[in-house]
Design a protein around this ligand. Structure first.
Ligand SMILES: NC(=O)c1ccc[n+]([C@@H]2O[C@H](COP(=O)([O-])OP(=O)(O)OC[C@H]3O[C@@H](n4cnc5c(N)ncnc54)[C@H](OP(=O)(O)O)[C@@H]3O)[C@@H](O)[C@H]2O)c1
Length: 267
């Protein structure tokens, strides 16, 4: 079991916009799609996937359990609801979207429900998102690192999250970088633009290649077919050690996603 290196993000995309983005992406060769219960687009994604005629066995679908559904009696019913919307009998990966606010639902309860969902075949793998090191340690002590496929975290050239990445790597867990492009902000960066010019690549390709070269999975989103297409080609771009060092120096601990009441104390 592994996490695909490249997938499609769908945060903020709704209605016909998400249908078009997913349809274009599948046509272009994307085979992994990242959604979440809170995105309110699982049904449209299910519709687009069904219309695409791409075999379910070729697809890697990820959803995330919203904080209201983390309790043991709510998690599986909510996941079944997600599956119905996605028009499938299982997802490939189910994540805890955010740690339970204030620890209201014990992590052990949520992880037990996720393990049960896995045993029932509702999800192939389970994982976490937006977990700090302390929460990861707790999760590992409950189900073991081998049962945690990934920690999906904000990670971009401006927020390289090295402490978390080092810990995750030491446990053999995978990192999925979200908002790798810093929601488009990194594309204006002169250092990244200069590296892109040298390679005859787009700036987005440079950022995505940087993250993949560090071993992280990426899930950039786009509403534009041309961007979806060029982003996917980032997997073919090989950055030099000098390029990687220049990008490493862009770190400035700039976090874009930090919702009050949800975010744990970041490392
Ligand atoms: N676990 C979590 O809590 C969490 C939180 C946030 C996000 N995520 C996941 O991570 C995914 C990625 O994050 P994101 O969508 O917020 O941000 P992102 O992928 O960093 O950036 C998306 C933005 O970049 C633009 N863009 C993409 N490719 C481009 C290109 N080649 N040239 C120019 N602009 C380009 C897009 O605009 P256009 O549409 O115009 O191309 C869009 O505005 C989400 O969709 C979601 O699935 C997870």
């Amino acid at each position: 079991m592994t996490i695909p290196a490249f997938g499609l993000g769908t945060f903020r995309l709704k209605g016909q916009v998400v249908i078009d983005s997913v349809s274009n992406a599948l046509e272009l060769g994307y085979r992994a799609i990242d959604t979440a219960q809170i995105y309110g687009n699982e049904a449209e994604i299910g519709q687009a996937v069904e219309a695409s005629n791409v075999a379910r066995s070729e697809l890697f679908l990820t959803t995330k359990i919203w904080t209201e559904n983390l309790a043991a009696d709510k998690l599986i019913p909510s996941l079944k609801d997600s599956l119905a919307k996605l028009r499938t009998d299982h997802v490939d990966l189910t994540l805890i979207h955010w740690p339970s606010p204030g620890g209201a639902v014990p992590l052990a309860d949520t992880l037990a429900a996720l393990m049960q969902a896995k045993a029932q075949g509702l999800t192939k793998q389970i994982g976490i998102s937006n977990f700090n090191i302390a929460l990861m340690q707790e999760a590992i002590s409950i189900v073991g690192a081998a049962n945690i496929a990934t920690n999906q975290i904000e990670l971009s050239p401006y927020l390289q999250n090295r402490k978390v990445a080092d810990f995750v790597r030491s446990q053999g867990i995978h990192i999925t970088s979200y908002m790798t492009l810093a929601y488009g902000k990194a594309l204006q960066d002169p250092v990244l633009q200069a590296i892109a010019r040298q390679h005859g690549a787009t700036t987005a390709q440079v950022v995505l290649a940087w993250a993949m070269q560090l071993g992280y999975a990426v899930i950039p989103s786009s509403t534009q077919r041309a961007n979806l297409q060029s982003n996917l080609q980032a997997a073919q771009l090989r950055l030099s050690e000098a390029d990687m060092a220049q990008i490493a120096a862009l770190e400035r601990n700039e976090r874009l996603v930090d919702p009050q009441g949800l975010a744990p104390q970041w490392d």
